[in-house]
Every structure is written in structure tokens, then in C-alpha cells.
Design a protein around this ligand. Sequence first.
Ligand SMILES: Nc1nc2c(ncn2[C@@H]2O[C@H](COP(=O)(O)OP(=O)(O)O)[C@@H](O)[C@H]2O)c(=O)[nH]1
Ligand SMILES: [Mg+2]
Length: 393
Amino acid sequence: MLSIAIAGKPNAGKSTFFKAATLADVQIANYPFTTVDANKGVGYVRVKCPCIELEARCGRCVEGIRYIPVELIDVAGLVPDAHKGRGLGNEFLDNLRQAQAIIHVVDASGGTDIEGNPVGIGDHDPLDDVKFLEHEITMWIAGILKRNWDRLSKKASAEGVKIEDLILNQLRGVGVDELEVKRALHNAKVDLDTPTQWSDDELVTVADWIRRESKPLLIVANKMDIAPEDNIKRLMELDYIVVPTSAEAELALRMASKHELISYLSGDSEFSIKVDGLKPAQKKGLLKIQALLKDFKSTGVQDAINRVVFELLDNITVFPVEDENKFADSNGSVLPDAFLMKRGGTSHDLAYMVHTDIGNGFLYAVDARSKMRLSEKHELEDGDIVKIVAVKR
Ligand SMILES: Nc1nc2c(ncn2[C@@H]2O[C@H](COP(=O)(O)OP(=O)(O)O)[C@@H](O)[C@H]2O)c(=O)[nH]1
Ligand SMILES: [Mg+2]
């Protein structure tokens, strides 16, 4: 499953975001999962379910809105120079290794200083938080890259080991792949023939590019409900995907929905009250959120997760089926699965995602809508419904 780390300084709202995003309606959470770690949970991307245009209904979506699980990790709060400290290290790295991307939760209200201590609203500039987090992560990676670098790079040179293999081996704990290392080395513009002579600065530059290539980052401008407008505006002007959010509002809406006080699906731009006789405080809270939704279109939480998956990581959604006429599996269950895959993935890649045996025995695929045969190299498109034909073994 795709994994996203939720990172930032203390008190930015990471845990609130995590709680909101992982609190799923029973209707949505029809996937069996067991929680292993307290800070890991299942969140969802929201997509259009193709069953809405078909004769049959899938029973897995709510009026054509389907949620696909992704893993979310609530990472411990990072403070400046955390990379120099101990204790937090292993846990942080472990979380980072598993993540394909990072949601950086920034307190856009400016009501907490760089270490997360409360200050007056607007007293701290949230733009300062953006650079600091990247610097911390880069320095974590650099610290690992530099370990015994003199000795290891000399040994590698002497033995003719490729530079990307040396780095891959060195950074096994960070979770990077060969393509990411190659791209990073290219971008860092270091001399690939003389790694033994790289300066400290050059090693940091390499580490920084490895971070950018392997842990891309989306910024959430959280606490938009109390943030000065100018802070949101300046954050939005940064060269990142920036999504204003109110994690607190999303959490309140999901709780209210869970208790059947309101009708609300995560990502909706409005909700309706289902019951009479709400307590005045509840009513007041909901009216405030309603006004917020008018201004910002949504709480932003769903939007942030969707944009990480579909924009930052460039994924598409595909629906494998066994019966292309009924758009179903062998039991007649319509559109039983929805898979996220990198854009550019082929029908053969999808076969492997369904099962290794299906991948190995792949013969051809069929586009269930057009009934056209697809070769193994056919690149799938967002929303495709695909039957795979494989040799039975
Ligand atoms: N106004 C407002 N407060 C928020 C929002 N999200 C979180 N908070 C508050 O910020 C404080 C820190 O939140 P928490 O999730 O524990 O932060 P963490 O340390 O980053 O995990 C708590 O008092 C939250 O209620 C939000 O969207 N708006
Ligand atoms: Mg927390």
C-alpha cells in the first residue's frame, strides 16, 4: 500500500490531521486492517467510481464516490537540529523509510514558534518552518551518507563498484531506489568519477537531491480557520503544492458524521444536519465550520491526500476485473478492486499487482469498456477497467 508520512514541528496539527484522515465512516472502511503501530493508520483517496456509468452498482462506493486506502504515518514532531540529537532517530528514520511522500503540516496561523511553543497568532512566520523541515531531513540523510564515507568510497573505487550502488547500500535505511539515486546524482552535478574527493558540501548536496527525488513533499497550511489571510497567501505562492486545511474542522465533521448527526463525506464542500435538537454548542460549532467551507470549499484534508497521490506521486486508479462483460470478479461482485499505480504503468504491471502468478502467466489484457485487446506494453489510463488473461498453472 502507498505510504505517506505526516511530518512537521510539534503542535502544527499532525495528530489532528492523522486522526481526522484515519477516522473513516463504516460505509467507507470496508477493508479489513489491523493496526500494528499506534502512529500508523489507513486514510483514503477519493475517486469517482466507474460503476456510476455502468448498469450494475458496485456496493463499494457512496453514490459514485469511492475511497481507496493509503497508509498514513503520524511522525514524531521535528524541531531544529533534531538530526543532531538522539532517541528520536530510529523511529523517525523508520517512518521515513516506509514513506513515498511527505505531507508537511505547517501551522499557518503563526501561533507557534519554530519549536512548536505557543505564541500569539501571527507572531511566528510559517514560511520559516518550510525550509527548516527540509533541512532537517536532508541533514538526516547526509549524516547517514557520510558514515565511513572516506573508507567506503575508496574501497568502492578500488573494487570498481558503481557509485549508485555504493550510495544505495549506504542509504538502505532511508528507503530510496536506484532511479532516485541516479536522478539525484545527475541533479547534484557532482563529479561521478571522484566520489572519494567529494567535499562535505557536495555530500550534503547529494543528500538534498536524494531527499527531493525520494521523499517529495506537499505542504498543508493548517489552522486556516484562525490563520491570517496573508500567511495563507504567502504560503500558496511558494513553489510547492500547498493546500490550506483545517484538520480540526475535518475531525469535527467526521466525528459528527460517525455519530450520524450530519451527512458528510470527506472532501465534500458542504454537509447537512440530520437530527433535531443538537446542543447549542454543537450547533454553534457546526455553523462555524459551515462558514469556513463557504470560504475554502472544503476542509482541505481530503484534497491534500488526493493531491499527494495523484499530483505529487502521479498515480492513476485502475479497476481489475475477471469478467469484462459484467465488470465483475468470478463471483459477480462488480468492480471488486481499485488499484493505485504510477502513471505509465502497463497492463502487465497491473497483472503483477493483482498476483505474481498472473503477472508471470500474462497473455493479454482486455479493456472492459471497449472490449479491445491490450498488449502487455499498453499504458493504462486513469479509470481504466481491465480484464487480464493469464495462463492457468
Ligand atoms: N484552530 C485550529 N487548531 C488546530 C487545527 N489543527 C490542530 N489544531 C490544534 O493545534 C494543537 C496541536 O495539534 P496536534 O494535532 O496535537 O499537533 P501535533 O503536535 O503536530 O501532532 C491542538 O490544540 C489542536 O487542537 C486546526 O485546523 N485549526
Ligand atoms: Mg502529535
